[in-house]
Design a protein around this ligand. Sequence first.
Ligand code: NAD
Length: 380
Amino acid sequence: MRITAPAETAPGETRVALVPRSVTQLVSIGATVAIQAGAGTAAGITDAAYTEAGADVAPDRKTLLDGADIVVVVRRPELDLVGLMGRGSILVGVLEPAVDPKLVRALVDGGITAFRLEAMPRISRAQDMDVLSSMATLAGYHAAVMAAYRLPRIFPLMMTAAGTITPARALILGAGVAGLQAIATCRRLGAVVEAFDVRPAVRDQVESLGARFVETGVESETQQDTGGYARELEADAQTRQRQVLAEHVKEADVVISTALIPNRKAPVLVTADMVASMRTGSVIVDLAASGGGNCELTRPDEEVDSGGVTILGPTNLPAAIPGQASQLYSHNATRFLTQLIKDKQVQLDFEDVVISQTCITHDGKPMGEQIEALLQGAAS
Ligand code: NAD
């Protein structure tokens, strides 16, 4: 069983799919592990550290993938990587098939079994394989630090001999995994924090972190689906929500928005008018930038200055913390790999939701209606 991790090639990506600790774990269950030379460099991991953990270091991608049974990646790979994989081999990573259906075609044609970790079911048993949660945790933290750094004032209350400085006000929109971490970090830095989510289930969590829950009147149990994710709001509810939020955005020094709805464009919660009402120097960090943004003026991975308000739309904050992001990602991926490997062999149990819900291609076929539709859409 040869498990491999190539160097990532997506622009700006600094993470690596397997860290040395995971190599040791995989070797202990009888696998051979190989890493592409330099794959860990941007994450602060040397080739020597991999060798010490028991991995082979392959000089290039072609050598690495020769005879690989399993290839673990962080981001959706380029098609040429799939071309180097053997029939019947396995690809594991954040594959986002909807972004590039050509990848699905290549996986089907190449007879590759592929698993997208971003579709991991949100059940207790799968928590330690949930890459969305682990990456969102880091992104939420980093968004708060980024906002604190860019804000031209300090976060905490300070009573000094020269006078009292009032605390900054932070508003967090969307209190899921990233939002809760942003709340906790802003609170630790001393800001006064308000937060809002359409799912009322999060109110207690928001309050337990010392933040105030903003009531807009649209939050209800029906806004949550069976997977714990939010549903899209009806148009009139969106209007009501914006009216209430406008008052809170106006008073905020920092807005961190994290509101996402699976497979939909991110809801616009902060309009251009709301931005215009904010004080000069205020900062918006829009973590929904890759989904279209929660702020009307967000541009992915760009910095926008709108009347003195700074709007940041980072799409890959975990890459700013590559060592720890790789550590968490690698742990998630390795836990998943151990579900696939029994007695040193790959044994796929499609009765297990962890396998069936993440698998997108197997045995030369697309798996599930969504992936079939993607392929048909790409062909037409
Ligand atoms: P997400 O990234 O899809 O969305 C972020 C947040 O934005 C969510 O809390 C959502 O309710 C909120 N949101 C969506 N539309 C909004 C709007 N119009 N206005 C305000 N807020 C809006 O979600 P996530 O953070 O990945 O996870 C959502 C929830 O899933 C978690 O809070 C948790 O309850 C559950 N979860 C369960 C597990 C598990 O059991 N294994 C793991 C992770 C998350």
